[in-house]
Design a protein around this ligand. Structure first.
Ligand code: DON
Length: 593
């Protein structure tokens, strides 16, 4: 049933004026404390209808964590507390982010890591803005077809075992960020992580469950005796002490990143690779360099977004989508057929560009200027038909593991850090470095191991992201910082979830600035996703009405329901302080003071 007549209002080419008017009239965002009603929507009548459906798994109107001065939100309460500990010692947001990052490597080894990589987006209160790309790179001995067998079939070696890892960037990235923007010593910010590894922490049931879910992977390699003593998963309530990791972290705290890339940790890592048939060498490690980049700066209805440039696709894909959506004012009501259709058609176009054209800027020329231009978006918006799905060729979806992790930090001065880091799959390649005490990533699967064939996220990517030695694999990680229309820090957010990172991060932002939801509601609202291929809209089950799903199918969309989409951790400025909300679909903690 078509609940309402679908009509998109595409802004005409004199839209600059109209947009300005819309902004003035409609986008005076007044962040609300969670114990008051959301601000009346001023974007138009349609946008007041943002109520959750009956039967949706999350309740509307629950409170967020509040911090008067500062806030840290991550997928581990202990890691968030590590960040706050450092803030209270006088550290700034970068100090706290580095503390949280190293603590996550201890308390959230599913995704927190020193054997992986990530992206950090920094916005200092004085207006300086920077992004550090510490993405893994392909080892020098890697080859274009290293994951294709003699019959031309893709193997699982890009996801499991010694060949799946890129050269880790996490230690280089975190230490470099601290050097340039931090105020405390490495030893000071790493102290909580070292303590958690050395003295241990109590395993809870979520930690045990998640380990057990990856039992087959982890027990193939040398982490089995630590995480599955006597063959059984660590019992909830037991204390996990990680001696090897404590030693590695202490070495890094004392000697800096060199301990990891040239010293004894490098020795353990390379010995481990040689034992298992991996190809990462000491030269690979010694060559690793994180890269400072200029964040992509874009605007959406007068708000300013700072997002991640390549080697992540996140910033470009978000910007392109938002630029398309900006042509429609107001957006259709949250959760309506038109809303899902419009987001889908915008995502489809942005992901098509992403999948076909983007890659490591050291190897290919990314058409950044075109993809983030308002005029290009306007031409894409003009292609969208209000009541008919357009098509991209179909094939099967990949399975989505959920083990990247995002954390957001704001300090008392208003400095902000958004960081996303990953091993790619849960526990990465499964390989655990004996002597080093950490899991290795399986990030090589983010390359187009066989251009045109889907990777584990079902992403079909092209030549621009083919494997080349020393190249960074294209990422979807989207650590994002949003300023309000006065240029004041408003939101810090980002997500885990492969390609759903991009869509979920953007949807949480839209929920706040378009639909005027509180942060708690914006995080709990049902999510949807489309990535061009497979040509299927994924929606969270019970989040969208049966009538809406039927209408979408009637328009020619394929729709698939699933439980849970992505893992977002966010901060929003509110009157008198900050709201922090950790992903309600996962674990973690928002700690403010
Ligand atoms: O960089 C990327 O886009 C992926 N390696 C992210 C993987 C991920 O988010 C997995 N977990 N949810």
């Amino acid at each position: 049933m078509l609940a309402r007549k679908m009509q998109f209002r595409l802004l005409p080419s004199i839209g600059v004026t109209l947009i300005a008017t819309v902004v003035l009239v409609s986008c005076q965002h007044t962040p609300q404390s969670t114990d008051t009603a959301p601000a009346p929507a001023t974007l138009g009548d349609a946008n007041t209808r943002a109520a959750f459906l009956n039967g949706w798994r999350f309740q509307q109107g629950v409170p967020a964590s509040f911090g008067e001065h500062a806030m840290v939100v991550s997928n581990s309460m202990l890691a968030s507390e590590a960040g706050v500990e450092v803030l209270k010692q006088g550290g700034n947001a970068v100090d706290a982010a580095v503390a949280t990052g190293f603590a996550l490597a201890v308390t959230f080894p599913f995704a927190g890591n020193i054997g992986g990589g990530g992206f950090m987006n920094i916005r200092m209160a004085d207006g300086r803005s920077a992004a550090i790309d510490y993405r893994e790179v392909a080892p020098l001995a890697s080859t274009r077809n290293m994951y294709v067998d003699a019959n031309g079939k893709l193997t699982d070696k890009s996801t499991v075992g010694y060949l799946a890892s890129g050269v880790p960037g996490a230690v280089a990235g975190l230490t470099e960020a601290l050097k340039k923007y931090g105020t405390l010593s490495l030893a000071q910010v790493m102290a909580p992580a070292i303590r958690l590894a050395r003295d241990g922490f109590v395993v809870d049931s979520a930690f045990a469950r998640s380990l057990n879910g990856s039992k087959k992977l982890v027990t193939q390699f040398e982490g089995r005796s630590l995480f599955f003593p006597n063959g059984n998963v660590l019992a909830p309530g037991s204390r996990l002490v990680q001696r090897d990791l404590a030693r590695s972290l202490s070495l890094i705290a004392a000697e800096g990143a060199n301990a990891f890339y040239r010293g004894s940790i490098a020795d353990s890592l390379v010995a481990n690779m040689q034992r298992g048939g991996g190809i990462i060498t000491k030269v690979d490690l010694a060559n690793y360099t994180p890269v400072w980049r200029t964040p992509i700066r874009s605007t959406y209805r007068g708000y300013t977004l700072f997002t991640m440039p390549p080697a992540s696709s996140g910033g470009i894909t978000m910007t392109e989508t938002l630029n398309v959506l900006e042509n429609f004012a107001p957006l259709p009501a949250f959760g309506s057929t038109q809303y899902v259709h419009l987001l889908t058609e915008s995502y489809r176009r942005a992901f098509t560009d992403r999948n076909q054209t983007l890659g490591d800027p050291a190897f290919i020329k990314n058409p950044v200027d075109k993809l983030i231009s308002k005029s290009y978006a306007k031409s894409l918006a003009g292609q969208i038909e209000p009541s008919r799905a357009s098509k991209t060729a179909a094939f099967n979806a990949g399975v989505e593991p959920t083990h990247t992790t995002h954390y957001s930090v704001v300090d008392a001065k208003g400095n902000a850090v958004a960081t996303t880091t990953t091993l790619n799959g849960g526990f990465g390649s499964g390989v655990w470095v004996r002597g080093g005490g950490f899991f290795m990533n399986n990030e090589m699967d983010d390359f187009a191991a066989q251009p045109g064939s889907p990777n584990m996220f079902g992403l079909v990517q092209g030549e621009s992201n083919a494997i080349q030695p020393g190249k960074r694999m294209l990422s979807a990680m989207s650590p994002t910082i949003v300023l309000d229309q006065q240029g004041k820090l408003l939101m810090v957010t980002g997500a885990a979830g492969g390609p759903t990172i991009i869509t979920a991060t953007m949807e949480v932002i839209l929920n706040v600035i378009e639909f005027h939801m509180t942060l708690a509601d914006a995080m709990r609202a049902p999510r949807m996703h489309h990535q061009a291929l497979p040509d299927t809209i994924r929606v969270e089950a019970d989040g969208f009405s049966g009538a809406v799903l039927d209408s979408l199918k009637g328009m020619g969309h394929a729709v698939r329901e699933q439980t849970g989409l992505a893992n977002v951790n966010s901060i929003l400025r509110v009157a008198g302080g900050w709201h922090g909300v950790r992903e309600p679909r996962s674990v973690g903690g928002a700690v403010g003071y």
